[in-house]
Design a protein around this ligand. Structure first.
Ligand SMILES: Cc1cc2nc3c(=O)[nH]c(=O)nc-3n(C[C@H](O)[C@H](O)[C@H](O)COP(=O)(O)OP(=O)(O)OC[C@H]3O[C@@H](n4cnc5c(N)ncnc54)[C@H](O)[C@@H]3O)c2cc1C
Length: 335
């Protein structure tokens, strides 16, 4: 039995589907996807056809409203198939959830997002950066004018809309912008050593108008930060997924027990314990990948080899969705 399949009990149908897609569709082409520079459209279509874009949406808008525990398992399963595809798809959670909850006009996006007919990205992690806000919003007569830089927007070219967070005094202004360039929005693609095919762009905004009809919410920064800290569990599933794939390729090892413990810690952590559990999961992911490299010998360094790909992905997961608290645990080694 693989490390991945040992890990969970009573999965819901979406988890079973995600595991099947990971093994049969995503993993067989993950090396080619990584080298190709863009994601095969068939990958995202396969996730849409399987209803997996709907797992972030409530039933009232046509989604499947999975429990967070099952959602985490879907993310983990897909990440073990192809992290790049999973990372693009996962960004959809932001706009799908925000528009489903929104009581204003932006709620009109929710049904299309639940079906995956409209695909979404998100730009918010810059809110955690130290210093002056990089993206700001100012109220105007029709809504809000957004200016500055969104440093990372994954899935550019694969998404129809992007949920953007901009700062206004002590509040965060959330709104939907189109997934295409315009006079007030310009994109430049990043060249990356890992998940390069995620089509991650820097988006510059110059007084970009987000009309009231496209606003999802305005919330105090502190209350957003509190809810973000509560949501840190989900991204741990990316590290678990990559770890599970490394361990499956490696065969039985002492790391299998650490893998089960890492998931248990993420699943049972209080909000204050989550940063250490996240740091632990990304550290285990890195060690699992480097062990696979060592076990694979010189061939591991070939661009066609899974070990080098997984090692680069593990490196990315050290910083992806990193917070000050996670970073502090990583730097001190206290997890
Ligand atoms: C390839 C890629 C794609 C991404 N795609 C998206 C996306 O689509 N949407 C999105 O919203 N985000 C995205 N991100 C952002 C990602 O989720 C993380 O937030 C990001 O990698 C952390 O790096 P940073 O440069 O934003 O922040 P950094 O400036 O590197 O900081 C990381 C964390 O450490 C803290 N920190 C930094 N310096 C210090 C210090 N001296 N003392 C204490 N704390 C400190 C910061 O406050 C922050 O919480 C992406 C990132 C990458 C690399």
């Amino acid at each position: 039995m693989s490390a991945q399949s040992q890990s969970t009990t009573n999965p819901c149908p979406q988890v079973e589907t995600a595991r099947r897609l990971a093994d049969e569709v995503l993993f067989p082409t993950t090396v080619a996807t990584d080298r190709g520079g863009v994601i095969p459209t068939a990958h995202l279509q396969a996730l849409q056809d399987a209803g997996l874009y709907g797992i972030f949406s409530s039933e009232s808008v046509g989604g499947s409203n999975l429990s967070s525990a099952n959602r985490d398992l879907v993310i983990e399963a897909l990440a073990g198939g192809c992290l790049t595809t999973t990372f693009i798809w996962q960004q959809h959670a932001g706009p799908a959830t925000a528009t489903a909850l929104c009581e204003g006009e932006a709620h009109r996006y929710a049904a299309g997002l639940a079906k995956g007919e409209t695909r979404g990205g998100v730009a918010f992690a810059h809110l955690l950066r130290q210093g002056e806000p990089v993206l700001r919003a100012e109220p105007c007569s029709d809504g809000w004018l957004v200016s500055g830089t969104a440093p990372y927007v994954t899935g550019w070219g694969n998404v129809d809309i992007v949920l953007v967070a901009a700062c206004w005094h002590d509040s965060v202004v959330w709104g939907i912008v189109p997934g295409i360039e315009s006079r007030t929005m310009s994109a430049s693609m990043l060249e990356l050593t890992a998940v390069n095919s995620s089509s991650t762009a820097v988006i510059k905004f110059d007084q970009h108008l987000v009309t009231t009809d496209d606003m999802t919410s305005v919330v105090p920064f502190d209350s957003w930060l509190e809810s973000y800290r509560m949501g840190l569990r989900a991204n741990g599933s990316l590290a678990l997924g990559v770890t599970g794939r490394c361990l499956s390729l490696l065969g039985p090892s002492d790391l299998d027990e650490e893998y089960a413990t890492a998931r248990h810690r993420l699943d049972t952590a209080s909000i204050d314990e989550l940063p250490a559990a996240r740091a632990n999961a990304s550290d285990l992911c890195m060690r699992s990948a480097t062990t696979l490299v060592a076990a694979s010998g010189g061939g591991a360094v070939a661009l066609s080899h899974h070990a080098q790909l997984l090692a680069r992905q593990a490196m990315f997961l050290l910083v992806q969705s990193q917070t000050s608290e996670i970073r502090s645990h990583q730097l001190s080694g206290s997890f």
